[in-house]
Design a binder for this molecule. Structure first.
Ligand SMILES: [Zn+2]
Length: 148
């Protein structure tokens, strides 16, 4: 009676492991497709990069007769970056905007690729752990805690 119960239990366990292993493999297959895309995106970045961020703000200049005093505020682009742990910022002139936007944009894209790569690697490691859990068998020998 106990043997039959154990056998059913064991079969159910085996089926679950197979399902888990198959699911883990399937998810790993998805990652395998995603990985080259992430690397490709990083490789496709060409040109200089600047470790800074660009933000667009609106402000008033203080002149009473200016259009900004009537609600049409001036658009200002501000570049911010950190140097030796200190935060810096500077206004960007209209003539510099396109180039700054490009170098900052490339930096952001590379950082995003890097983050995506780490996330993919960590997901992959978790899936491999799941695969090991699903496939693992006990080493032979004198082990305690075996079912009797
Ligand atoms: Zn103004």
């Amino acid at each position: 009676m106990l043997d039959i119960w154990y056998e059913i239990h064991y079969m159910a366990y085996k089926m679950t492991s197979r399902t888990n292993a198959s699911e883990a493999r399937q998810a790993l297959r998805q990652l395998a497709l995603k990985l080259p895309q992430v690397l490709q995106a990083a490789m496709s970045v060409r040109g200089e990069v600047m470790a800074a961020s660009l933000s667009k703000t609106q402000k008033t200049c203080g002149k009473p007769n200016c259009k900004c005093a009537r609600g049409q505020k001036h658009v200002v682009y501000q570049l911010s970056w950190t140097e030796n742990g200190k935060r810096h910022s500077a206004h960007i002139k209209a003539g510099e905007l396109n180039e700054i936007r490009a170098v900052v944009g490339r930096y952001r894209r590379l950082r995003q690729c890097r983050a995506e790569l780490l996330k993919t690697a960590s997901e992959g490691a978790a899936l491999i752990d799941a695969l090991i859990d699903a496939l693992i068998v006990a080493a032979p020998g004198k082990t305690s805690g075996s079912k009797s």
